[in-house]
Design a protein around this ligand. Sequence first.
Ligand SMILES: [Zn+2]
Ligand SMILES: [Zn+2]
Length: 275
Amino acid sequence: MTSTLPENHNFKIFADNYFSSLPLLDELKKRRIWYVGTARLNKCSLPSEKELKKQERGSFDYRTDTISNNIAVSWIDNKAVTLFSSFASIEPINTVRRYDRKTRKYIMVKQPYIVQFYNKNMDGVDKLDMMCSFYKPNLKCLRWYVYIWAHTLLIALSNAWFLYRRDLKIICPTKKLMPLKKFQAAVASSLIAVVKSKAGRPSLDAIPLPTKRPAAVQSNPTKDIRLDGFDHLPTYSDKRQRCKKCKTGFSYICCKKCNVWLCLIKDRNCFYDYH
Ligand SMILES: [Zn+2]
Ligand SMILES: [Zn+2]
């Protein structure tokens, strides 16, 4: 995932316990990429959560590797939080306000710098998790790897939406933002259409045998497909349909990719205007 990052630029990476491991910290350090991430307690020699919980809230324990300078910190809040880092440390120690259920009062709790720094910068990852959870595909499949594939796709899609939102703000700030749900649907429709319309001439074998033709229904292609400038070929249809562009004319000419009927006559080229 970091392979696209240029080396020696001192990038800092924030991640959750799915990724954190000490060998990873060393590997990234070779490329001058620095790391902070939550980790599982069993991955280091820190005391167990049970032992840590005997101490007061805000207490912490840590281990430092003197050779690599990596640090592992366990901090007690409601439960134990363990973090690995190749650059952040416990100092300076901050205090944060927390509600104490026992005394029903707000108390000040010590918080090492590494936790504060992680929380401050982890916003993006948490937000991504949240966005991914909104419109999850309803998969009913026994093969475990399908879920990983679907989740990878969902992460890519959510990240693409963040980029789209960023670019829209810069390029066209007055334009209304497309909500994530619509964005996901538009990308899906575009991908389906691309797969359906393969490039090149169809081979003779690929021409389907004549079957009973269903009633022609005009589709509503997404803007991405309509304006992609690829494979929009006019075909002559037996049925005359209302033009999708001018809405007043009727035409026999149909765009094969968009599955819409458009005027293509001497005075009016709705086919060109539409695309
Ligand atoms: Zn027309
Ligand atoms: Zn078209």
